[in-house]
Design a protein around this ligand. Structure first.
Ligand SMILES: NC(=O)c1ccc[n+]([C@@H]2O[C@H](COP(=O)([O-])OP(=O)(O)OC[C@H]3O[C@@H](n4cnc5c(N)ncnc54)[C@H](OP(=O)(O)O)[C@@H]3O)[C@@H](O)[C@H]2O)c1
Length: 395
């Protein structure tokens, strides 16, 4: 039985992971959970799974959960809070496998702690590798920890890359659905509303990643993530727009062969792959081959989707730019959802913050977090200045 910690248990990936635990009761059991503010969902998960440890984002949320557990007569579950609580969940001695699925850099310290504690990691959180990829990969190598990608594209690459040696890989292709605005004319991008951007054509996900998919910043983060995970330069990590989201990614080998991974658009499959690796347990997540009647692939349009261009530039520029890219995006996406900036204000804010970011190479997670905070402040200043100058609102 694999004992699992889920960082972000109340989110979309967290729920899919628990669904896998439900389907494979003899194989996987959650023993430690970390979530943010959703006390109701955390309470229901504790009632169902009786983990030994659970952590919420703040002391208030933890108190609320303790009260609800007392009222329900549930004892013996330790309730913690904050970063130290999340780290305790990630490094608990009973845990074999950590699913890292807290959204944003909030998941960074706990993921790093899990690596230092020698846990196998199922990595959904992409911001960790974007902001601190060098440190995380170095720690994983030093502690001989396997980082198994849950992000469907990297999971697909992980599967395909088993078909050859590292030296035989010519390049990899990450597929992108193109999001809800794949065919929208450039002139209409200025009118995009949060409600429209939250309607993803193929995947149901958390809010930030859904907006990131609409801007294609999500694909940009995935390019950076792939560079770290598979030790490839940005020019060998290509993006192809594939609206059917059926081919999850491809690996091209030096002899010209291209291996693709095809499956249902359901995150439970990459989660199961990571949990079971190197085995492949039988599952009901099968794919109907009749759906393969049409497969389209095309070049991404970097003019309409400047976030992807910015991500490639940050991938080349170095660690400080990658930290700023993620931090500025997180602030800009929140501002867009709050109605403070237009859709096109997201790339404009990020581009400005990247211009303001000096080159640097943070040598520790705390230095990464300090650089992240500085970039957030810069992004907030850019946004508040734009509110008066209306700079972001004009094309
Ligand atoms: N969803 C997908 O299909 C998908 C695919 C590939 C990669 N990913 C990546 O996986 C990660 C999670 O995505 P998601 O779609 O599952 O996001 P989500 O649905 O928004 O869930 C985010 C989770 O993080 C928790 N959280 C937020 N802030 C926290 C904090 N300060 N401390 C502890 N927990 C905190 C949330 O808790 P509360 O809800 O309780 O506040 C929730 O459990 C992201 O990095 C995303 O890019 C997701």
């Amino acid at each position: 039985m694999k004992q699992i910690a889920i960082l972000g248990s109340t989110g979309s990936i967290g729920a899919s992971t628990l669904s896998i635990c439900e389907q494979f009761p003899g194989r996987y059991t959650p023993v430690a959970l970390a979530a943010g503010a959703n006390v109701e969902a955390a309470f229901n998960q504790v009632v169902r799974w009786r983990p030994k440890l659970v952590s919420l984002a703040t002391e208030q949320h933890a108190d609320d959960l303790r009260q609800r557990l007392r009222a329900a007569g549930i004892n013996g579950v330790e309730v913690l809070h904050g970063t130290s609580g999340t780290i305790a969940v990630a490094s608990d001695p009973a845990v074999d496998f950590v699913v890292s699925a807290i959204v944003g850099v909030a998941g960074l310290e706990a993921t790093y702690a899990a690596i230092l504690a020698g846990k196998t990691i199922g990595l959904a959180n992409k911001e960790c590798l974007v902001a601190a990829g060098d440190l995380i990969m170095a720690a994983a190598r030093a502690h001989q920890v396997a980082l198994l990608p849950i992000d469907s594209e990297h999971n697909a690459v992980h599967q395909c890359i088993r078909g050859g040696t590292a030296a035989e890989v010519a390049q990899i292709w990450l597929t992108a659905s193109g999001g809800p605005f794949r065919n929208l004319p450039a002139a209409q991008f200025q009118h995009i509303t949060p409600a429209q951007a939250l309607r993803h054509p193929t995947w149901v996900m958390g809010q930030r990643i859904t907006i990131d998919s609409a801007t294609m910043m999500n694909k940009g983060f995935e390019v950076i993530e792939a560079c770290r995970l598979f030790d490839l330069p940005p020019r060998k990590v290509r993006v192809t727009v594939h609206p059917q989201s059926t081919v999850h990614s491809l690996v091209e080998f030096v002899d010209g062969s291209i291996l693709a991974q095809i499956s249902v658009t359901d995150m439970r499959l990459p989660i199961l792959y990571a949990l079971a690796y190197p085995e492949r347990p039988a599952s009901s997540l099968t794919f109907d081959l009749a759906q393969l009647s049409q497969l389209d692939f095309s070049q991404p349009d970097l003019e309409r989707f400047p976030c992807l261009r910015l991500a490639y530039e940050a991938a080349e520029a170095g660690p400080a730019a990658r930290i700023a890219l993620n931090a500025a995006d997180e602030i800009a996406v929140a501002a867009f959802l709050a109605g403070q900036i237009p859709f096109l204000g997201i790339p404009r804010t990020i581009e400005r913050v990247l211009e303001l970011t000096p080159a640097a190479r943070p040598e520790s997670i705390s230095a990464v977090l300090a650089a992240d905070r500085a970039a957030r402040v810069a992004a907030e200043e850019v946004i508040s200045r734009s509110a008066t100058s209306k700079l972001l609102a004009t094309a």
